[in-house]
Ligand binder design. Structure first.
Ligand code: ASP
Length: 584
């Protein structure tokens, strides 16, 4: 090896040793006669001292050095007079006797420091330099540790890691597929997997019994901070289990990760019915780091002549604790915020429970102070609280109030990144009505089993059929989801029928799976966690981008390698593809 130690390794116990280090020049200060250099590698930083007065070679080499030059130095470990207690190597320095420049560097386009001056675009273009920075590298080290712990935990429970193919046929999980043309089969395409769903079920038919894979998945969706076109799942499937077994094992995995990687011991995860999550938080992924549950007010407020409340399907509100002091301006701001088209509320009604015990609402014309006392009671409000109320169609108004709750929670500092509130959401509906296509879609995916006691409702009341489906939510982020699957050809066919597939279409797309169900398919179920999201929560980040080594930007581009890109006509000809659009 070129070096005897790393740049993070040496300390007072190495005094007097002759050592060789390799690394990048972080900083160099010429103090006339002596040059101090900080040399850095992924392990840390070590101070070098070059006595340029007495050594002409060192003087020459030292002069050429710039930031990010790669060097190899040999020298003696000395005690520093000016100690830095913040870093493990801060008590020593190396008196350099030999310095070799292994490679020069152009001046980097931004500072390779914890706090950098580089904008997002620039850092993305030079991602390999950004990855030299501690905060970004630490995220990847964290990710690595988590991956190791996941493998250890699942291996310990007899799960077998099996790789499933990347060139497959569409799996309908609700998103668009990325497709790959097949040269050998002109006019035909592979799809990249949105998840290994059908393959992991086939592995259960094969008797693998406990499968997992840390696996890349691909979805051609519009991007957001917590979405990338390619992302990683911790994908699992098990046979001969109940929903309870899956919840226990994957709650165990999550607890193990928090304990092994963050040193945090989480208690049992609370569980909530989907219907309750929607009623109390207006979301199937409630942030339960704080309470502020919805209070429904139809019985309290209707029939007093206020038409907005009287005509609304649902009147519902939250109690912003301690916010009675909000000024008119602050409330107006919130009102404007919630009326933005992204959220689309028509207005916000409020009631202050003042410190002096008086109650004052924005609809005093219709409600006497006595009546407002009933409001306050419904919210269990105390003096100093501010009640915020929305009215409208049930689904819409719940969604809007969910946004308001998160916003107010954020403003009150209740969404602490160092607090972790896991939650299982259970009993999702099997089907979801899609306005656009005027059809039912599978809420999770078409392989999810209805609750046996609800199967009869499929014909009469499909909306109210519940599934054996569950999600794990942490801090308002959906970390993963899964279900008990259908393992019977007849029920799977019935499901496809309800999803609007003709028997021929169903056979063409999923014949392979339904055929397999006829050869002894065991009862089975599974789950998949979003590994990027889980890592970003562990890292305390809002975006998954910085837990991915080489992520794409919001337009799905990798600006470093400049992809996607056009391909040569010869390639297109080989693939028998004609393009009619020219790229933007
Ligand atoms: N394949 C599903 C998904 O990607 C997870 C599962 O049902 O196991 O959401």
């Amino acid at each position: 090896m070129l070096r005897t130690h790393t740049c993070g390794q040496l300390n007072i116990s190495n005094l007097g040793e002759t050592v060789t280090l390799c690394g990048w020049v972080q900083k160099s200060r010429d103090l006339g006669g002596t040059t101090f250099i900080d040399v850095r590698d992924r392990y840390g930083l070590t101070q070098l001292v070059l006595n340029t007065d007495t050594d002409a070679d060192l003087r020459e080499a030292g002069k050429q050095l710039g930031r990010e030059f790669v060097i190899k130095v040999t020298g003696k470990v000395l005690e520093r007079s000016n100690k830095n207690t913040k870093i493990p190597t801060g008590e020593i320095e190396i008196a350099v006797t030999e310095l070799e420049i292994l490679n020069a560097s152009k001046i980097p386009p931004f500072l390779i420091e914890d706090e950098t001056d580089g904008g997002e675009e620039l850092r993305a273009k030079y991602r390999y330099l950004d990855l030299r920075r501690n905060p970004i590298r630490n995220n990847l080290v964290l990710r690595h540790k988590m991956a190791q712990e996941i493998r250890k935990y699942l291996d310990g429970l007899d799960f077998i890691e099996v790789e499933t193919p990347v060139l497959i046929k569409s799996t309908p999980e609700g998103a668009r597929d990325f497709v790959v043309p097949s040269r050998m089969n002109p006019g035909e395409f592979y799809a990249l997997p949105q998840s290994p769903q059908t393959f992991k079920q086939l592995l259960m038919v094969s008797g693998f019994d406990r499968y997992f894979q840390i696996v890349k998945c691909f979805r051609d969706e519009d991007l957001r901070a917590d979405r990338q076109p390619e992302f990683t799942q911790i994908d699992c499937e098990m046979s001969f289990i109940t929903q309870e077994d899956i919840l226990n094992i994957f709650e165990g995995l999550t607890r193990h990760l928090f304990s092994a990687v963050k040193g945090l011991e989480l208690g049992n995860f609370p569980r909530m019915q989907y219907a309750d999550a929607m009623r109390l938080y207006g979301s199937d992924k409630p942030d339960t780091r704080f309470a502020m549950q919805f209070v429904e007010l139809n019985d309290v407020v209707k029939g007093k002549g206020f038409s907005i409340f009287d005509n609304a399907e649902l009147v519902v509100g939250i109690n912003a604790k301690g916010c009675a002091g909000y000024t008119r301006k602050q409330i107006d701001e919130l009102t404007e915020w919630i009326k933005r088209p992204q959220i689309g509320a028509t207005g916000l009604i409020y009631c202050r429970y003042n410190e002096d015990g008086t109650l004052k609402s924005s609809v005093d014309k219709f409600y006497s102070e006595d009546e407002l006392t009933n409001w306050a009671a419904a919210f269990e409000a105390e003096q100093g609280d501010l009640i915020l109320i929305l009215a409208g169609e049930t689904d819409k108004v719940r969604k809007q109030l969910n946004e308001l709750r998160l916003e107010v929670g954020g403003r009150l500092g209740l969404r602490d990144k160092n607090k972790f509130a896991p939650l299982w959401v259970l009993d999702f509906p099997l089907l979801e009505w899609d306005e656009e296509t005027e059809r039912y879609h599978a809420m999770h995916h078409p392989f999810t089993s209805p609750k046996p006691e609800d199967i009869a409702l499929l014909d009469t009341d499909p909306k109210n059929v519940r599934a054996n489906a569950y999600d794990l939510v942490i801090n308002g982020t959906e970390i993963g989801g899964g279900s008990i699957r259908i393992h019977d050809r007849a029920l799977q066919s019935l499901m496809f029928k309800h999803l609007g597939f003709s028997p021929e279409e169903a056979q063409k797309q999923f014949g392979f799976l339904m055929d397999a169900f006829e050869y002894g398919a065991p009862p089975h179920g599974g789950i998949a966690f979003g590994f990027d999201r889980l890592t970003s929560i562990f890292a305390g980040l809002d975006s998954i981008r910085d837990v991915i080594a080489f992520p794409k930007n919001n337009s799905g581009r990798d600006v470093m390698i400049d992809s996607p890109s056009t391909i040569a006509d010869t390639q297109l000809n080989e693939l028998k593809i004609k393009t009619t659009v020219s790229p933007a």
